[in-house]
Design a binder for this molecule. Structure first.
Ligand code: CTP
Ligand code: MN
Ligand code: MN
Length: 532
């Protein structure tokens, strides 16, 4: 029998880690590949395996060589487990103290098949089709018979009829839509997702939308997996992995890295675009221009007398160091206090919600996003952001702002495009955040500087649209996919403003995100499960 378990974590995977460490140095510090710190989950922690009892018992001869048992302690208890292990060993069975990839039979008591599968999932182990999950009755009968009795349906916790047709046994079919998958920050496939995100970014720099979407969807689906891919067999049945993507996965499995990713990372154009777009206010067009003009460093650009910069880019250069160093959650919370204070000074009944990456549970971000809404009058609503800006200006906290007036029309149909911007009034800012006293010892702080420039996005939306705005501004790829799902699977149109049912020809109202999911016939996905 072949190895019954695909051990997904805790095994020696030197090649993997070589790449992994290269691609994902440390969550807290800006990675050379990700100065905007869009990826936030740090290195994975090893989970302790269920450690078996270390009993001092004499070695027993193994009579049944092709069987390797593991007895689950969960719901059975240590004493009974130790007793059964000792008994089985005396009868000539090979019983492992710990779960390893040599185990062929897992024996459990008072557990259903799905409970055992769930337990395996928590251990980051996926049950392969060869692994038998058995009730303790099989072990007890075998002890009585002095040999392994034939396994029948009554012993099997999970009965699988056609193994070949179910490449991910025990797991539901994975949806092609991120809005039907739970994606936490616990990414078991960094080595692959880092690679695909670099390739996607390179495609974006080349304005190749098709290739960008291909790589982003691949990265997104891999982030949702509860296990690490260690062989090509693990990719069977996973959607969004085309031939090109699979080739890259295979190369990474074999060599620990992708030659294409390596080439991109060494590519002068990619490096320049990465550097230029790290400046607030610099997009693809400007990067292209600077690259064509022969610029390769920010210093040369900043000191060039012939170049003209926008107000946004000037601020981007001025506060560059602060803005590329990621916003921590503590800083985001401190900004939240400033925002609420200012908003409530003018509209005491306004709701202020931190959205974006921080709402999804990220520990760091490139900015802090807030959604503001109030059940009050439209006029109060319209005046709020200008008043808040004025207040911060007076207090000397405003380093930059760009107020964008609302172009929202109440009965306009939602946009068909998955990535169009919304029409709400909004303000893109850079705020001066004074350090808390506890932070003052930080090493990255410039001599004598007592504040940090922080990028902040404020969005003001009418009260009846707030659920849609919240869903939209909580973001990640999830947002694009829920809109795609609405269009293709439900004949509905969804954007940051509204949901429209094309069959019923009516807008579907929602007070909460839960109601939007319900309208779409989707199970609710929590914000921290939307890190697609
Ligand atoms: N968004 C938007 N309109 C904009 C800018 C952003 O609808 N003009 C949405 C994006 O689609 C995203 C969310 O707002 O879903 C947050 O965007 P952003 O701050 O860029 O990304 P985060 O997910 O918060 O990641 P980060 O931590 O890097 O800020
Ligand atoms: Mn953000
Ligand atoms: Mn933002």
């Amino acid at each position: 029998m072949t190895s019954g378990l695909l051990v997904k974590e805790g095994q020696a995977l030197p090649l993997f880690w070589r790449y992994h460490l290269m691609a994902q140095p440390e969550a807290a510090s800006a990675s050379p590949m990700d100065p905007l710190c869009t990826a936030s989950s740090g290195p994975r922690k090893k989970r302790p395996r269920q450690v078996g009892a270390s009993m001092a018992s004499p070695p027993h001869d193994i009579k049944f060589q092709n069987l390797v048992l593991f007895i689950l302690e969960k719901k059975m208890g240590t004493t009974r487990r130790n007793f059964l292990m000792e008994l089985a060993r005396r009868k000539g069975f090979r019983v492992e103290n710990e779960l390893s990839d040599s185990v062929t039979h897992i024996v459990a008591e008072n557990n259903s098949g799905s409970e055992v599968l769930e337990w395996l999932q928590v251990q980051n182990i996926r049950a392969s089709s060869q692994l038998e999950l058995l009730d303790v009755s099989w072990l007890i009968e075998s002890m009585g018979a002095g040999k392994p009795v034939e396994i029948t349906g009554k012993h099997q916790l999970v009965v699988r009829t056609d193994y070949s047709a179910t490449p991910n046994p025990g797991f539901q079919k994975i949806s092609q839509y991120a809005c039907q998958r739970k994606t936490t920050l616990n990414n078991y496939n960094h080595i692959f997702t880092d690679a695909f995100e670099i390739l996607a970014e390179n495609s974006e720099f080349k304005e190749n939308e098709v290739s960008y979407v291909t790589f982003m969807r691949a990265a997104s689906v891999l982030k949702s997996l509860p296990f690490t891919i260690i062989s090509m067999r693990d990719t069977e049945g996973i959607p969004c992995l085309g031939d090109k993507v699979k080739c890259i996965i295979e190369e990474i499995i074999e060599d620990g890295e992708s030659s294409e990713v390596k080439a991109v990372l060494n590519d002068e154009r990619y490096q320049s675009f990465k550097l230029f777009t790290s400046v607030f206010g610099v997009g693809l067009k400007t990067s292209e221009k600077w690259f064509r003009m022969g610029f390769r460093s920010l210093n040369k650009i900043m000191s060039d007398k012939t170049l003209k910069f926008t107000k946004m880019q000037k601020a981007g250069f001025l506060y560059y160091e602060d803005l590329v160093s990621c916003v921590t959650r503590a800083e985001a919370e401190a900004v939240g206090v400033l925002v609420k204070e200012a908003v409530w000074a003018f509209l005491p009944d306004a709701f202020v919600t931190m959205t974006g990456g921080f709402r999804r549970g990220k520990k760091i971000g490139h900015d802090v996003d807030f959604l503001i809404t109030s059940p009050g009058s439209a006029e109060d609503e319209e005046q709020l952001l200008p008043k808040v800006i004025h207040l911060w200006e007076k207090k000397g906290l405003l380093l930059y702002y760009d107020l964008v007036e609302s172009t929202f029309e109440k009965f306009k149909l939602p946009s068909r495009q998955v990535d169009t911007l919304d029409h709400f009034q909004k303000c893109f800012l850079i705020l001066k955040l004074h350090h808390q006293r506890v932070d003052s010892g930080k090493s990255n702080q410039q001599e004598g500087k007592t504040w940090k420039a922080i990028r902040v996005d404020l969005v003001m939306c009418p009260y009846e649209n707030h659920a849609f705005a919240l869903l939209g501004w909580t973001g990640s790829r999830f947002e694009r996919d829920i809109r795609r799902y609405a269009t293709h699977e439900r004949k509905m149109m969804l954007d940051n403003h509204a949901l429209y049912d094309k069959t019923k020809r009516m807008f579907l109202k929602a007070e909460s995100e839960e109601e939007i999911f319900a309208h779409l016939g989707l199970d609710y996905i929590e914000p921290w499960e939307r890190n697609a």
